[in-house]
Design a protein around this ligand. Structure first.
Ligand code: SF4
Ligand code: SF4
Length: 446
């Protein structure tokens, strides 16, 4: 038997390549706390892949929690909701972390947390709810992947209809420092399971697998107890290794199915959904609450009291940092997300969005940019560790020489930008940065 109780101790599902990183999961033992109401929130009208939303409110309007404040009429995208109750103070264009100008709706919080009348549970039992109705509930709730990829979840479900036999819950949380999913599993694990049941029902799937890395034994034990004798849902323990949370690696580790280049998980019969995303689906279905808040791990050597905080979307990073005791050192780098795939921020007042799994604040001590680097010494470390079986050394060299077509021939577009190659390079070559340049240039040519 490969799953269930036995895999807790005996089986370590894994993939080829990758690397074990220093985990720094110190916040895993601390309960999640709710942020007291922020003074204002600034909610971007684009927080995920797809079209920007158009505002449906005007300056001076009173809004309530869960009220739609932006909609996408055409194309890929879902509505944006007010995360606090209060008054729309301004609608302003601000640059996001990628330097893209995005309209933001700024709401002055009245501190009342008054729910909009549209926030009410879906009335029908799950068994009597059609797949199309579930997909619409997910779309209307504005749910997108909360693991960082932020792809609209309704579109993921729609494209998987009739094509998949397995739903995998991604609880790997393989990036160092981030423990938001771990705490969710310990504190609200039942909502992850009910969210999984909703998705399995929507996709008519009878196999649900909850994949957890073996560095979370407490969460594994709780989940196994909660799943009990359910014949359709199993807990699978995967080896703690980066990037185990990448859906391609997770599918290979558990099902031994390889996704061909250019294809999606649904093409090999799987759909992978992050644990917090499933919890949000459960809240939307059973309580009618759209995606208006998320858990953020606030940590790094500059933070006085690192912890997990549930914060309304749109909360400025600065308010979360202040809530965590403020800064004890001069910050050199602020990262949104994990240290491997997260994005450096230039604005400490940037808002929490659906993709903000963590806010990491590091001092100069932790900054690797200025460490020694030289030309490639052909050691092959990057090739050994690349989980996508690429030749990162050649890809970097082609990118440096602007030979982007040669990089394309070597499958540069299959790179998931996990940074494992850069991390393991003894010469300090910024491989993944060169690869990003090559990918960007190739996309521009299309
Ligand atoms: S080449 Fe891409 S996929 Fe391979 S290790 Fe480097 S960043 Fe990761
Ligand atoms: S790890 Fe660095 S030095 Fe070694 S082959 Fe790759 S790019 Fe070259």
């Amino acid at each position: 038997m490969l799953f269930g109780k036995e895999c807790k101790t005996t089986v370590k599902f894994t993939f080829r390549g990758g690397t074990h990183l220093n985990e720094h999961k110190e916040t895993a033992t601390l309960p999640t706390v709710r942020l007291p109401e922020p003074r204002t929130v600034s909610i971007p009208l684009s927080q995920h892949i797809g079209a920007h939303a158009t505002p449906t409110v005007a300056v001076g309007d009173k809004v309530l929690v869960g009220q739609v404040i932006g909609t996408v009429e055409q194309g890929l995208g879902c509505p944006v909701h007010a995360s606090v109750s209060g008054t729309v103070k301004e609608i302003v264009t601000r640059h996001n972390a990628q330097g893209i100008p995005i309209q933001n709706i700024v709401i002055e919080n009245d501190g009342e947390r008054t729910l909009h009348p549209s926030v009410k549970p879906w009335g029908k039992p799950l068994a009597q709810t059609a797949p199309s109705e579930i997909i619409e509930i997910v779309r209307k709730a504005g749910i997108s992947g909360l693991g960082g990829a932020t792809f609209p979840t309704y579109a993921k479900l729609q494209s998987a209809l009739g094509k998949v036999d397995t739903v995998i819950v991604n609880c790997a949380e393989c990036e160092p420092y981030i423990t938001a999913n771990h705490r969710l599993l310990l504190e609200r694990g039942e909502t992850v399971i009910t969210g999984l049941e909703i998705v399995m029902h929507a996709l008519s799937v009878t196999e649900g697998i909850i994949a957890v890395e073996d560095n979370k034994p407490d969460a594994i034990a709780l989940l196994q107890k909660a799943v009990g004798d359910n014949p359709n849902i199993r807990v699978c323990v995967v080896k703690t290794k980066y990037p185990q949370g990448d859906e391609r690696q997770l599918i290979y580790a558990i099902k031994h199915r390889e996704i061909p280049a250019g294809k999606l998980p649904a093409d090999v019969g799987c759909v992978v959904i992050n644990a917090e995303t499933l919890s949000a689906i459960s809240r939307a279905f059973y309580r009618g609450i759209p995606l208006v808040s998320r858990i953020v791990t606030v940590t790094g050597d500059c933070i006085k009291n690192p912890q997990n905080v549930r914060a309304p979307l749109g909360t400025p990073y600065s308010e979360l940092i202040e809530f965590c005791g403020g800064l004890v050192k001069t910050p050199k780098k602020i990262v949104s997300g994990g240290p491997m795939m997260g994005q450096a921020q230039w604005d400490i007042h940037a808002p929490v969005t659906k993709g903000t799994s963590a806010i990491l604040v590091f001092s100069e001590e932790y900054d690797r940019i200025n460490t020694y680097h030289s030309a490639c010494i052909h050691c092959g470390n990057c090739v050994t560790h690349c989980p996508m079986h690429l030749m990162p050394n050649y890809l970097a060299q082609y990118a440096q020489a602007r030979r982007y077509d040669d990089a394309a021939k070597m499958n540069v577009m299959s790179c998931v930008e996990c940074g494992t190659c850069t991390y393991n390079c003894p010469a300090g070559v910024q491989i993944v940065q060169y690869i990003r340049v090559a990918k960007g240039a190739l996309r521009m040519k299309k």
